[in-house]
Design a protein around this ligand. Structure first.
Ligand SMILES: [Zn+2]
Length: 379
């Protein structure tokens, strides 16, 4: 078994969707700097993400959309017609300097990941996870849907059955659009109820292969542990996939400004550990949401530590702390104006256990009664 690979790029460094957009914060560059400062990311484990060629994107996106996105970057403006048809140049998906190159780089890494995993292995691609992209339009800060492209690439490289697990605070609507009804794909999404994009209802089963679990505000570590043990792990194990794709959006932790969930970063790492223990030959871990520069950098660097079996120290060494102290949050929301001391000095949050509420157990009971929860997806 070869060591895990990290797919990164310098394109993320300094790139911003705009001064007031949630994606004005550094994310992937933090993980790269932080992991290097910890001595966890030598050149032998790092690959620079290639930028996908336009035609490579059209295995799922429409040629018209890819052309419109590329034109928008070049012109730094869009017509009313393009805005209406492709949802480009909107508040969520604004025109910004790297609006084509950055998502095309994340997509290129996802396409490459499928190829690199042909013979098996483990890859972390924190710039990926843009699960709201649609074939012909942008959505929810996502211009392209790199998880879909990764899954198509995995399949092209020989993985037949793919389990996609999404623990971002938002429902993976674009991925479900791509694979609902596909008996060779199992989709599991755990997301905050009554939150944009307002899809992913408990009843929405995609024809049998989708397990959607909306969770209430304040969703805590104990509840995620229950969801993992009763739903995620049995379903994925029963499905016996050739590849697991984990979308590890970092917006479900308490410190995130966009959601109202209350996980610590341990919750995501525990889901990851559980999936790793299933012994699937191919594992791809993507990023996703996450809008607090400290909680995102810490959560995803911890993902890399878990993938490599590194021990997470209680107190960070000086160099790693310096990376976190060097981060800035332009126009911070209230919770960012007085950063907590542990955002700089630790990688692991204190656990956030709590009661497992009836809403959660009742919804789990509905889902675990379905064949897909045993990995049995109807043809
Ligand atoms: Zn999200």
């Amino acid at each position: 078994m070869t060591r895990p690979l990290f797919l990164g790029s310098e394109i993320y460094r300094g790139s911003s969707y705009g001064a007031w957009h949630p994606l004005r914060v550094p994310r992937v560059s933090t993980v790269m700097d932080f992991a290097r400062a910890m001595g966890w990311l030598g050149p032998e484990q790092y690959r620079t993400s290639p930028r996908a060629k336009p035609h490579a994107l059209t295995i799922w996106h429409t040629p018209d959309y890819v052309a419109a996105l590329s034109r928008a970057e070049a012109a730094q403006e869009v017509s009313d017609e393009t805005r209406a048809r492709h949802a480009l140049g909107t508040v969520a998906n604004p025109v910004y300097p790297e609006m084509y190159r950055r998502p095309a780089t994340a997509a290129g890494a996802s396409l490459l990941a499928g190829e690199l995993l042909a013979q098996g292995g483990v890859i972390h691609h924190p710039g990926g996870g843009t699960h709201h992209g649609f074939p012909d339009r942008a959505g929810g800060f996502c211009y392209l849907n790199d998880p879909v492209l990764a899954m198509l690439s995995l399949r092209r490289a020989g993985a037949r059955r793919i389990a996609y697990v999404d623990i971002d605070a938002h429902h993976s609507d674009g991925v479900e659009h791509a694979f609902a009804g596909d008996p060779e794909t199992l989709l599991i999404s755990v997301h905050e109820e009554r939150r944009w994009p307002f899809t992913g209802a408990l009843e929405e089963d995609g024809g049998g292969n989708c397990l959607n679990l909306p969770v209430p505000r304040g969703f805590n570590d104990s509840e995620m542990a229950e969801v993992c043990a009763r739903l995620i792990l049995p379903a994925v194990a029963g499905f016996a996939p050739d590849a697991i794709v984990l979308q590890c959006g970092a917006d479900a932790v308490t410190e995130d400004p966009l959601s109202r969930l209350a996980l610590s970063n341990n919750a995501h790492w525990d889901v990851l550990r559980g999936l790793m223990a299933l012994g699937c030959p191919r594992l791809l871990v993507l990023g996703g949401g996450g809008y607090n520069p400290w909680s995102v950098g810490r959560l995803w660097t911890g993902v890399w530590a878990v993938l490599n079996g590194h021990e997470i120290p209680e107190r960070l060494p000086e160099g790693a702390e310096a990376v976190l102290r060097g981060l800035s949050w332009e126009n911070p929301p209230r919770l960012g104006r007085a950063p907590a001391a542990h955002w700089f000095t630790t990688l692991r949050d204190a656990p956030r256990p709590g009661p497992v509420r009836a809403e959660v157990t009742e919804r789990l009971a509905v889902l675990t009664a379905r064949p897909a929860a045993r990995g049995a997806v109807p043809e």
